[in-house]
Design a binder for this molecule. Structure first.
Ligand SMILES: Nc1ncnc2c1ncn2[C@@H]1O[C@H](COP(=O)(O)OP(=O)(O)OP(=O)(O)O)[C@@H](O)[C@H]1O
Ligand SMILES: [Mg+2]
Length: 271
């Protein structure tokens, strides 16, 4: 497997960061999907960060081509290079070297890399791609890293990469807010996914960004039984606003959220 940090060849055996990882876990592709604004990007990033903190090589794929999120998650100075997901999907054939070349590595996180659109880019920056490139990208990523977390878009009818990721993923978490918009979203979009490869058994329903006053009855009424509940964290919201989601969550306020992310990672990846 690729050792992501570009400079790591020079720091081998240099310190605690080079300790061997925990015993093998199951790995695979997790698609994080859900209604618009439900917390998909935030949650996908926190799961990826949690895995990378345990020294698991993890790729986070940010599918959003309408509001590229790569420029929003950390200051540009923390990125080791400047590449785009668009250059991969633009190729007639997506090879492993092409994917590796376009992975964005990070100065402070040696086990995490990101693929996403760059600031200012949109759907028309690159030539159109099809399911072929999307599938080749996901297959290639499986060869490159054991853990892949895909931040899917909500508009799956127009977003080939997200739609293919939902079909190809080993697990899917479905984020909903405890509101009628989320209920309406799923009743509108789930029929689009009625397909042989859309496996209901690999899905986990998650109530996301749940405020203290939304506990219990309200969630039950809106969403039915959920596997996980991600609570609202002020610290997380502040990090999002500051464009600094890669920073550690340390405050007491985010503890319930962090605990639930750990539970999801354990259920999905066994670690
Ligand atoms: N657990 C949480 N605690 C606090 N704020 C949250 C939490 N989850 C999401 N948010 C906030 O909700 C907003 C939307 O989050 P995010 O961008 O991750 O959602 P999304 O589903 O990816 O949206 P989009 O549909 O636009 O891609 C942000 O302001 C984010 O800070
Ligand atoms: Mg998003």
């Amino acid at each position: 497997m690729l050792n992501f940090k570009k400079s790591s060849i020079f720091t081998r055996n240099a310190g605690a960061d080079d300790m061997p990882p925990e015993p093998e876990a199951q790995g695979g592709i997790l698609a994080v999907w859900g209604s618009p604004g439900s917390g998909k990007t935030t949650t996908a990033l926190e799961i990826a960060k949690h895995l990378a903190d345990q020294k698991r090589n993890t790729v986070l794929v940010l599918c959003d081509m309408t509001a590229p999120m790569l420029p929003c998650i950390c200051p540009p100075s923390e990125l080791e290079c400047d590449h785009s997901l668009g250059s991969i999907l633009a190729a007639a054939h997506v090879s492993d070297p092409l994917i590796k070349h376009n992975l964005v590595t990070l100065k402070k996180h040696s086990h995490l890399t990101i693929l996403g659109m760059k600031k200012g880019e949109n759907e028309y920056t690159y030539p159109p791609y099809s399911e072929v490139q999307a599938k080749e990208l996901l297959d290639g990523l499986r060869e490159i890293a054991p853990f892949i977390v895909v931040d899917c878009g909500s508009y799956i009818a127009n977003d080939i990469l997200s739609a293919v990721a939902l079909m190809e993923a080993d697990s899917v978490i479905r984020l909903s807010n405890a509101d009628l918009k989320s209920v309406s979203y799923f009743s509108s979009q789930l029929p689009l996914l009625r397909d042989g490869k859309w496996d209901a058994d690999k899905q986990y329903k998650v109530a996301s960004n749940v405020k203290p006053w939304q506990a219990g009855e309200q969630i039950g009424q809106a969403l039915g039984a959920v596997a996980f509940t991600l609570s609202y964290s002020r610290e997380l919201e502040d990090q999002y606003l500051a464009g600094n989601l890669l920073a550690d969550l340390a405050l007491k306020d985010s503890r319930p959220f962090r605990r639930e992310i750990e539970k999801i990672a354990k259920e999905v990846f066994g670690c």
